[in-house]
Design a protein around this ligand. Structure first.
Ligand code: 5CA
Ligand code: ZN
Length: 413
């Protein structure tokens, strides 16, 4: 899939203090040391394109963008991959309800997403691939799991062939990423696409690997497993492997993906005989009107609507920066006002110019410290107020506007 055009990136001279990031799997903040020296590999779970990008999505891709910019600032190259879940229940149901072809629905929503990402100056992933584009590879992974004895059939009354599930009991990897108890898993599994009570399953959390063809649904031929379509988790395993190789450095996404999606994606990889990601970074959930912003609840604030209303996308980035990426928070109009005022004061300060190595150093350190954007805003507020002190005027780069652009993706011109 064609992704968007990245904004120009003019990195600062590299400084090799590593990025420290919270890892959900270990529960600790630790330095990111790329498995391949000088080359970090980052996978971020992409959208299910049946409705527009809302601010929750934007917050998650903004957090991943900051990870990427922080890694670049430590002098390593970053390879990034992102999927598009264009073959999935909610999308197919929406297409059916609205009488449109699922491919058209997906394409129109991807187009909106891509323009939102470009407006927000999020760096584009080098690989941006949908499930339908990756289908040959996904089928190869599904068949390989079958050949390794990890797949079992479950009879489907509404289909000709059986559905296929991954037997988690064989590798014992359930819970490796989330560290959750079975009770915690059960609380969210059904609402996040799982089917704990389906008859014929060997384990409650065994994920659907291959769904048999149903009338009116798109289907592909998977040899011994029959015609059908893939389950959710296997797509990210396949796209990550093809684009980045396994294992890779960081798997990112919103905290609603910790379980089941990231836990079970990793379990698929283990069943294939390979480790998945080395570390797992999760961003908090954005709420609106008291509840998590979600397509199913309909309490959405859309990026493109704000942009259409004349809101500067750079102010949206400043709202996102006001919240630590790992915390849950609620979108409010007052915060946008504050961000617009900030943007104006930063632009004025940028025009004033000057050499501010103290501020630039503070920005870089804040970003490397588990993306401490609040500390970065504090440094920028003092700079804009004219209070920044030139500690080492002769040392290092001091152009704040250039640093704000490279590190935080905010254009101040
Ligand atoms: N296609 C799958 C991932 S493979 C998916 O979860 N799609 S999604 O469209 O539902 O979400 C896309 C990304 O946005 C995911 O990383 C998800 O965790 C994140 N996300 C969804 N809702 C919110 C929210 N309210 N706040 C923050 N992030 C969110
Ligand atoms: Zn995913």
């Amino acid at each position: 899939m064609l992704s968007w055009t990245s904004p120009a990136l003019n990195p600062l001279p590299a400084s090799d203090v590593p990025l420290r990031l919270y890892d959900t799997r270990t529960g600790r903040i630790a330095p990111i040391i790329p498995l391949t020296p000088g080359r970090a590999r980052l996978y971020v779970c992409g959208i299910t394109p049946y409705d527009s990008t809302h601010l929750g999505h934007a917050a998650t891709y903004h957090a991943a963008d900051l990870m990427r910019r922080a890694l670049l600032d430590t002098g390593v190259e970053v390879e990034m991959a992102q999927n598009i879940t264009d073959v999935d229940d909610p999308l197919l149901e929406r297409a059916d309800r609205d009488g449109v072809d699922w491919r058209e629905l997906a394409a129109s929503q991807v187009e909106l997403f891509v323009s939102d990402m470009a407006a927000l100056r999020i760096l584009a992933p080098q690989t941006y691939r949908s499930v339908s584009e990756a289908m040959d590879g996904i089928i190869a992974v599904v068949r390989s799991l079958y050949q390794r004895g990890r797949a079992y059939p479950v009879e489907a009354s509404d289909a000709e062939g059986p559905d296929w599930y991954l037997d988690l009991s064989l590798d014992g990897a359930l819970g490796d990423v989330s560290g959750w108890t079975q009770e915690q898993m059960l609380e969210v599994f059904a609402e996040r696409g799982g089917d704990p009570d389906r008859e014929g399953k060997r384990g409650r959390f065994d994920p659907l690997l291959w769904s048999a063809e149903r009338p009116g649904e798109p289907a592909w031929d998977a040899g011994e497993l029959g015609r059908g379509r893939p389950g959710w988790h296997v797509e990210c395993v396949c796209i990550a492997e093809e684009a980045l190789g396994l294992p890779f450095d960081i798997q990112a996404g919103g905290s609603d993906l910790i379980f089941p999606h990231h836990d079970l994606s990793a379990a698929h990889a283990v069943a294939l005989g390979r480790p998945f990601a080395t570390s797992y970074a999760h961003s908090g959930m954005v709420a609106h009107e008291g509840e998590k912003m979600s397509k199913s609840l309909g309490n959405l604030v859309f990026v493109h609507r704000l942009v259409q209303d004349g809101v500067d996308p750079m102010a949206i980035r400043l709202v996102l920066m006001a919240h630590h990426y790992r915390s849950d928070w609620e979108w409010s109009a007052q915060e946008l006002e504050l961000a617009l005022a900030r943007l104006e004061s930063y632009r004025l300060a940028a025009r004033r110019g000057g050499h501010h190595p103290g501020t630039v150093h503070a920005l870089r350190s804040a970003l490397r410290d588990d993306l401490d954007t609040a500390a970065a805003l504090e440094a920028l507020d003092s700079w804009a107020a004219g209070a920044d002190v030139e500690e080492n005027p002769s040392e290092g780069p001091g152009d704040v506007a250039a640093a704000v652009d490279a590190l935080f993706g905010i254009a101040l011109d």
